[in-house]
Design a protein around this ligand. Sequence first.
Ligand code: SF4
Ligand code: SF4
Length: 316
Amino acid sequence: MTDTNHPSRPDLPTLPIIENFSRRAAIKGGFATLGAAAFVAAISPLRHAAQNTSAGEFMQNHYTELTPEQKADVIARLEEEAKEKYGAEVTIGDDRPIPGTKFVYAINLSVCNGNGKCVEACHKENNHDRATNQSYIRVIEMPKGTMDMEQGSTTYTGAVPKDDKFYLPVQCQQCDEPPCVDVCPVKATWKEDDGIVVVDYNWCIGCRYCEAACPYHARRFNWKQPEVPAEEVNPDQSYLSNRIRPVGVVEKCTYCLHRTRRGKLPACLEACPTGARVFGNILDPESNIRWLLENKRVYILKEELGTKPAFFYYFD
Ligand code: SF4
Ligand code: SF4
C-alpha cells in the first residue's frame, strides 16, 4: 500500500489530441457504438440542458482548440452570463499550469478529526449549489484498522472524533492514470501538465461515464442549474475550475487551480483547523510535500486499481 517511489515517478501528462473533433461527431459516433436508444438514454440529462445552451456556447470550440482571442470572447460572454443569471460581477481567469509544477496533496490521518471545515470551505470557494449543499470533499468516518473507504460512513453524526474511528477525507485524487478521462466519449475531460484533471464544462455532454468510472466517487453531476445568492458568489473564478457550472454537466475538485496556479493554497487546506493537510509542488526539492513523501510511510487509496493517485495519506 505504500508508494515511496513517487518522488521519482511523476510522469508528466500530455493533453489529449483533439483533431477536428466536434460534439456532433461524438454524438454520431455514439449512435454507431451504442445504438440509438442506449445513446439517447446515456445523454438524457442533455435534453434538459439543451434549452439552457446559448448559440454562442453551442458553436464554441473545445477549450484546447480556442485561440487567445476566442478565449477572451468566451470568457467575456461567461462573465456577462454570470451577471445576468446570478447578479454577480465575476472575473473568470484562464489559469494555465505553471511550468515545472506537479501538484500533490497529502493528509495526516492522525490529525484529521472529522470536523468537516474542509467540506464547507470547498462548498463556498467553488460556488456549489446551495440547495443540495454540494462539495467535492466527502469525509468518511472509518473503523480503525482498514483503509478500505467502502467500509466507512459519510453520514456520521454526533461529536467527533470518536475513539474507535478515524476520519478519511476523500476528493479527486488527480490520478496519473485517470479512468474518468479514458471513458469520456467527447474528450471533455483531461489531465493537465501540473497533474490536475479538468473538465471543459462547455464541452461536456453530461453522459456521466466519467462519474461511473471514478473509483473514488469524486465527480458530481449538476442535475439542475446551481443556485448561489449573488452576495455569496465567489467572484474570483477560472474557466476550468470554480466558475458556476451549467446544468447537465459533470464537475470535480481541481485542487483549486484558480488559487494554486496563482501561488495560493487550496481553500480546504486554509480552512482546516487541525493542520492535517499538506499541499505543494513535488518537483520542488525544498517543498514540504516532497519532504513528506520522501520521509513518511504514505498510503494511496485503491492502489490495486492502478490509477496512481497524486493524493496521499499518512499517520504520524
Ligand atoms: S479521482 Fe476520480 S475523478 Fe479524480 S482523476 Fe481519479 S478517476 Fe478521475
Ligand atoms: S482543493 Fe479546492 S477544489 Fe479541491 S477539494 Fe479543496 S477546496 Fe475543493
